[in-house]
Design a protein around this ligand. Structure first.
Ligand code: ARG
Length: 459
């Protein structure tokens, strides 16, 4: 098939070059956006009298027929036509003749691809927000079920202080909420029309960019034609947001891996979301969680790939930028798959609440409560910390629990102890007492649930 830019050339393009420079094998994915943009552009050209209204209608009808052919699998994408833009335009010209050649008036592939990408990312961001919210709801429902489940809160992966399982899960709902907010914010910068910037300098033809923006539901038009065709910061911003989302999912996935070990035994994965070993019959492996953790590497790689592609490019458009698509598409697919699988897996997780509670009671996890007890009796925190540290050491050496100590033994460390210390040593009491805003007491955690439910929406 004849190339749309063949006029300037005497020789045919080498097959190797066609293969090397072509993007149709992956950018065919943008066809819907490409046609949507072309229809809006054709409408504007007709309205402005740049082409006649009949020509505009003819072009739109042709594009609608192409839509139908693609949807029904009858359209043949051709490698020698390079990319999605030229595949569709060539098909249009073949279909309606020279009128089809008028579609590319006051337009370049440079602003066209920027438009397609913006339309694609806009749609995908909205879809990803829906998936994040779904997962937030699932986590919220689980946290409501576990308002009375105690577990150790960790720092340095060492048992630190008892917390509610509900509180721990809600931490992820908070993270995901910031992810949603970041995506919404990015949407503001994505949702601007680049079309009309043409190759780099704009056009001498009387286009109406605001009209096209309105047709395509953009919030406005880009303000600098050079910037509009040359930057991909909106792709990079999306990839950064995606990297943060998957980093959050990866941490959660890591906890699932850890918690389902024999050593932790905090939970069991649903059979449907675990896999077996080909050699060891006893194994039940957390492969889904591991893959969510592993796929994080791909998303980070995509972000780094785009940052690197862009860093040395002189203004404005450079063909290097075609390399943005595979990392972008892969990231969209990866994020959506990870959110979907995590959301499906979570309701089937069985938490071993007894084991969690027992673990929360062990390992001197209420030592901070002892120090705070002494503070309430008038000691400085540093002094209280030191005394409590000595008590813990005494227990470690004598293989005792804090609760085993008699009042007499405690008096060897401080005369401020009386009988009321014993209630402080229980994990339940410790949790109950953490009433500072955002703390782990039932009251505070319930407040968090109510707030998040309003944001995320009910069941
Ligand atoms: N396939 C190209 C890309 O993805 C479209 C723009 C091509 N523009 C050009 N002047 N060669 O970036």
């Amino acid at each position: 098939m004849k190339k749309l830019w063949s006029g300037r050339f005497k020789e045919k393009t080498s097959k190797i070059v066609e293969y090397f420079t072509g993007s149709i094998s992956f950018d065919h994915r943008l066809w819907k956006y490409d046609i949507k943009g072309s229809i809006a552009h054709a409408k504007m050209l007709g309205k402005q009298g740049i082409i006649t209204l009949e020509e505009s209608k003819k072009i739109i009808k042709g594009l609608e027929e192409i839509t139908n052919e693609i949807e029904t699998g009858r359209f043949v994408f051709r490698e020698e036509l390079e990319d999605i833009h030229m595949n569709i335009e060539s098909a249009l010209i073949k279909k309606i003749g020279d009128t089809g050649g008028k579609l590319h008036t006051a337009r370049s592939r440079n602003d066209q691809i920027a438009l397609d990408l913006r339309l694609f990312i806009r749609t995908e961001i909205k879809g990803i927000i829906v998936l994040v919210k779904k997962f937030q709801k699932t986590l919220l429902n689980i946290s409501i079920k576990h308002l009375d489940t105690l577990m150790p809160g960790y720092t340095h992966l060492q048992r630190a202080q008892p917390v509610l399982l509900s509180h721990h899960i809600l931490a992820y709902v908070e993270m995901l909420q910031r992810d949603v907010e970041r995506l919404k914010d990015a949407l503001k910068r994505v949702n601007l029309l680049p079309l009309g910037s043409c190759a780099v300098a704009g056009t001498s033809l009387p286009v109406d960019r605001a009209y096209v923006a309105k047709l395509l539901e953009f919030d406005g038009v880009s303000q600098n034609s050079i910037d509009a065709v040359s930057d991909r910061d909106f792709v990079i911003e999306f990839l950064s947001n995606a990297a943060i989302i998957i980093m959050h999912l990866s941490r959660l996935a890591e906890e699932l891996v850890l918690w389902s070990t024999e050593e932790f035994k905090f939970m069991e994965l649903p059979d449907a979301f675990a896999t077996g070993s080909s050699i060891m019959p006893q194994k039940k492996n957390p492969d889904v969680a591991e893959l969510v953790r592993g796929k994080t590497g791909r998303v980070y790689g995509s972000l780094l790939s785009l940052l690197t592609i862009m860093k040395g490019l002189p203004l404005s458009y450079n063909r290097d930028m075609q390399e943005d698509k595979i990392p972008l598409f892969d990231t969209v697919d990866t994020i959506k798959a990870c959110l979907t699988v995590m959301n499906e897996m979570f309701p089937g997780i069985k938490f071993n609440t007894k084991r969690m509670h027992e673990t929360a009671d062990e390992a001197y996890s209420t030592a901070t409560d002892v120090a705070e007890y002494l503070v309430k009796k008038g000691l400085s925190f540093r002094k209280a910390h030191e005394i409590t540290g000595k008590i813990v050491l005494y227990c470690v050496e004598g293989k005792k629990k804090l609760g085993d100590l008699t009042l007499k033994e405690l008096h060897n460390f401080s005369g401020l102890f009386s009988n009321d210390i014993y209630s402080c040593l229980k994990a339940e009491e410790s949790v109950k007492s953490r009433r500072s805003p955002g703390g782990t007491s039932l009251k505070e955690v319930t407040k968090q649930i109510i707030r998040l439910r309003k944001i995320v929406g009910g069941r």
